[in-house]
Ligand binder design. Structure first.
Ligand code: SAH
Ligand code: SF4
Ligand code: F3S
Length: 469
């Protein structure tokens, strides 16, 4: 049994220490936000739990990007409703909050559809979470979805605060949020608001703290991370390339990454950073969505396929060993067979190390949803299958090309067996290593001996060594 300490400052839960269960859907930005919410709640006396049945507060940090993602939340809320009723029978309360992009997009509607919900809180208002929970405790149903004038990042506690434990050797750091691009399929500009860049000094400070708490790899996050812009101490403009140069000087940080980028914002300075900074991993997520100029135009991507290919050439010229990943949508309204073949051709031409692909999902309120010429589900499914087969082949070929090469691997955690550890390749693949290679947090150089379905195996990782067996 877990110890339940008396805590007089939390009288509303009968003196027991409060526990929060947070479930995260969607992108890395939500992962980052969930950690910040957990930190903010720690200050308020909540400790995290992985067991939903134990929770006094359940928070779903939701995603609205495709219909499926949003629907998952409602089925989860159905299950939670039963749990909440069970708890009420035992005389204990369970409060339920919906955060994230579904909260922002649907607001009040969530309360109507899911009566178990006590609190709806949009991504720009997390710093008001403690206050909102106090209102919930007083019996109110709370909806907080205004875009706040104050900056949520200024209020959310970060890793330096006492109770906050280090979360491993890799960490996300949000540097930019929101989007002004308005691709016609996408809800992000509506759920996350306009593009906002965090100031350079704040980012450097947070990165230093992460490094001090043992983090060795930092991934800068933004919906359009390469649209980040700031100023140096002298007031001169700095872009993401310049920011990466600053972060590269922080002691303890061994690897930098950034995601997600828009092709339109890949400037010369950023491309040069790939040439000049070894610490910047040679792996770039650069979504193109489609290989058809007609579809790209209808999506409002504001570049054509040839421009994307030229950009890839320039990036490869700067950093020969760079590997690419991307996002694709099949079945956007008006996409013909020929348009889809253009996408297949582009994928063949680029050669991706990995890529995500999705069936177009019409989202309420976006221009795409109102377009004519929607593609049938069956056609979408057929196209997705062909595209995914091609991407899978490329991914397998890329992994196979690494066998026999040596690479730096950052050790992240123990493996499944006592004689193994798991690390990350520069290309984000999990690498299984021998426990004799080093310790968690070490960067080690290993030779890749074989590929497994979703990971790589380093030389000597398969056999337990004499010492540990
Ligand atoms: N800012 C990033 C993408 C964020 S959303 C960019 O511009 O590339 C992540 C991915 O989800 C997108 O790249 C797109 O491939 C996919 N996506 C977004 N809206 C979608 C929709 N309505 N239907 C299907 N896939 C979608
Ligand atoms: Fe969505 Fe386009 Fe903005 Fe990416 S750039 S978040 S796809 S609107
Ligand atoms: Fe989803 Fe919102 Fe991220 S819609 S992909 S959680 S920005």
């Amino acid at each position: 049994m877990t110890e339940r300490r008396e805590d007089a400052s939390n009288p509303d839960v009968g003196g027991a220490r409060r526990r929060v269960y947070i479930k995260t859907y969607g992108c890395q930005m939500n992962v980052y936000d969930s950690q910040r919410m957990s930190d903010a709640l720690a200050k308020d006396g909540y400790e995290p739990t992985e067991v939903i049945e134990d929770a006094d507060l359940v928070l779903l940090n939701t995603c609205h990007i495709r219909e499926k993602a949003a629907e998952k939340v409602y089925s989860e809320l159905g299950r939670i409703r039963l749990l909440k009723a069970e708890r009420a029978e035992q005389g204990r309360e369970m409060r339920v909050g919906v955060a994230g992009c579904v909260a922002q997009a649907e607001g009040q509607e969530i309360l109507a559809r899911a009566p178990a919900v006590d609190l709806v809180i949009g991504p720009q208002t997390y710093h008001r979470l403690p206050e909102a929970l106090a209102r919930v405790a007083a019996g109110e149903k709370v909806v907080e979805t205004d875009y706040a004038v104050e900056d949520k990042f200024d209020h959310l506690p970060t890793a330096e605060e006492k109770r906050i434990r280090a979360r491993g050797v890799t960490a996300f750091l949000t540097v930019q949020e929101g989007c002004d691009k308005f691709c016609t399929f996408c809800v992000v500009p509506y759920t996350r608001g306009a593009e906002v860049s965090r100031p350079l000094a704040r980012i450097v400070e947070e990165a230093r703290r992460l490094a001090a708490s043992g983090v060795r790899e930092v991934t800068l996050l933004g919906q359009n991370v390469n649209a980040w812009s700031g100023e140096d101490e002298a007031g001169r403009p700095v872009g993401l390339g310049g920011l990466l140069h600053r972060l590269a000087r922080i002691e303890g940080i061994a690897r930098l990454r950034y995601t997600t980028s828009h092709p339109r914002d890949m400037d010369d300075e950023l491309i040069a950073a790939h040439r000049d900074l070894d610490i910047l991993m040679p792996y770039l997520h650069l979504p193109v969505q489609s290989g058809s100029d007609k579809v790209l135009k209808a999506m409002n991507r504001r570049h054509d396929a040839a421009e994307y290919l030229r950009l890839i050439e320039r990036i490869r010229a700067a950093r020969g060993d760079i590997a690419l990943s991307g996002d694709f949508i099949v079945g956007f309204p008006g996409e013909s067979d020929a348009d889809f073949e253009d996408t297949m051709r582009l994928v063949s031409e680029v050669g991706y190390a990995s890529a995500f692909s999705f069936k177009y999902s019409p989202r309420p309120g976006t221009p795409g949803a109102a377009m004519d010429d929607h593609v049938s589900e069956a056609v979408k499914a057929g196209r997705l299958e062909r595209l995914q087969a091609l991407i899978r082949d490329q991914q397998t070929a890329f992994a196979a090309s690494l066998v026999g090469t040596t690479m730096d691997v950052l050790i992240e955690k123990p493996g499944r067996y006592a004689h193994q550890l798991v690390g990350r390749s520069p290309y984000l693949q999990p690498v299984v290593l021998s426990s004799e290679s080093g310790a968690v947090g070490d960067m080690v150089r290993v030779e890749i001996a074989a590929t497994l379905p979703n990971s790589l195996m380093a030389q000597g990782a398969d056999a337990p060594s004499r010492r540990t067996a």
